[in-house]
Design a protein around this ligand. Structure first.
Ligand code: ADP
Length: 378
């Protein structure tokens, strides 16, 4: 400890002035610090070097006192010293300066430097004190995180690619099965056999819709979901969607509240129908025991607003923000209802691609209303 030019109090009887005691305390902190603490003059001559600096750089204090700080600066980073001294001479601090310094054995050490001016009694800057922390551990963690992120991203891309490929491959045999079932339906005369063919066709239709949704998801991920934009009448699209839904759910009471008679919009009518069918399907699936659905359609001259209201299980407020995410399902609320968690994700994508908005209002146990808007005149 003598190295630092002071003798810490050995016993309480020692008569040290308050200033001396303070000095001794500070010096003890410097000596015992795990951080490297170095001081130097404005010309860069090293004036102090604590044990942590010895451990970090491999030079003893005796070896470095009076030598220039460039001893530990890699040649291609000497400019940094000019910048640092410039800041210090103006009385400024330099905080968390991430850089690299060189140890005695030539190895490079990534460090974070904080440098403060040292002033004399008159306030004149006479040197600088540096605190350096080895950040190689943190850098290794960052690098590991970046590596893991890349790995997860690659796997995710592969998964998307697989979903795209698999759904594409599944579509062809499904189309053939549908075709053959239609022919079979026309051939069979036996009532029971007809019923089974019909039931099979319904299931194939469901499967086709699922595969088609999956294919759409992979198209979105690849930025390849195309819209076929044309002029269309939203009321007609709504009518088609309700009709489609009514086939399998004829005990449902779907009512429409609107004051619009005809409203031509610009967009992809098939995709908008897909959104409405999704919302209606959900309204039916997540309303066991109820059979009432209200559809609202209005226009304020700027945008069309369409709402699908059900009286079903509802959604907890904290889950509402997630329901439009890919593969998200409120599983605890409906453990027995199957689904892939992509319908609302697709609907969100389709509506936003039309420059519209989509959102939900819901109360658990009371029901939900899903709304979306589409701009008029785009
Ligand atoms: P899926 O219905 O196939 O799970 P969606 O993306 O259509 O996928 O819906 C995501 C989740 O949002 C559903 O799993 C369900 O928990 C919730 N949800 C959607 N619509 C409703 C609704 N009308 N009422 C209650 N919950 C709903």
């Amino acid at each position: 400890m003598e190295k630092y030019g002071f003798n810490p109090p050995q016993s309480p009887e020692m008569d040290l002035s308050v200033a001396d005691q303070k000095q001794a305390m500070l010096s003890a902190i410097v000596v015992n610090s795990d951080d490297t603490i170095i001081s130097k003059t404005l010309l860069g001559m090293i004036t102090s070097w604590n044990p942590a600096a010895e451990r970090m750089f491999g030079f003893s204090e005796a070896e470095v006192l009076g030598r220039h700080i460039s001893l530990i600066i890699p040649p291609d980073r000497l400019d940094e010293e000019t910048y640092i001294i410039g800041q210090i001479a103006q009385g400024n601090r330099v905080d968390h300066f991430e850089t690299v310094r060189m140890a005695r054995d030539g190895s490079f050490i990534p460090i974070s430097l904080s440098i403060s001016p040292i002033k004399d009694r008159k306030g004149l800057v006479i040197g600088a004190s540096k605190i350096a922390r080895d950040v190689s551990g943190q850098i290794a963690i960052h690098q590991e995180n970046a590596r893991l992120y890349e790995q997860v991203k690659t796997l995710n891309d592969k998964k998307d690619e697989f979903i795209g490929l698999a759904s594409h491959e599944l579509k062809t045999p499904l189309t053939s099965i549908s075709g053959y079932l239609q022919i079979l339906g026309n051939i069979v005369t036996d009532e029971k056999a007809k019923l089974f063919v019909d039931k099979t066709r319904q299931q194939v239709k469901k499967l086709t819709a699922l595969v088609s949704d999956l294919l759409d998801v992979s198209k979105i991920e690849a930025g390849k979901l195309r819209l076929s934009v044309e002029r269309f009448d939203i009321r007609q699209v709504l009518k088609d969607a309700i009709e489609l839904l009514s086939y399998g759910n004829n005990n449902y009471d779907i009512s429409l509240e609107t004051d619009i008679t005809e409203l031509p919009l610009k967009g992809d009518p098939h995709r908008i129908e897909q959104v409405i069918v999704n919302l209606l399907t959900n309204a039916i699936r997540y309303s066991p025991g109820t059979c009432r659905i209200i559809i609202y359609l209005s226009c304020d001259g700027y945008e069309v607003k369409l709402g699908v209201r059900d009286f079903g299980v509802g959604i907890a407020p904290e889950k509402l923000k997630d329901i439009f995410s890919r593969f998200y399902r409120v599983d605890d609320a409906n453990p027995n209802m199957s689904g892939l968690g992509i319908g609302l994700y697709l609907s969100h994508e389709i509506v936003t691609r039309h420059n519209g908005r989509i959102w939900a209002e819901s109360e658990q146990g009371v029901g939900s209303t899903f709304w979306f808007t589409l701009p008029v005149g785009e």
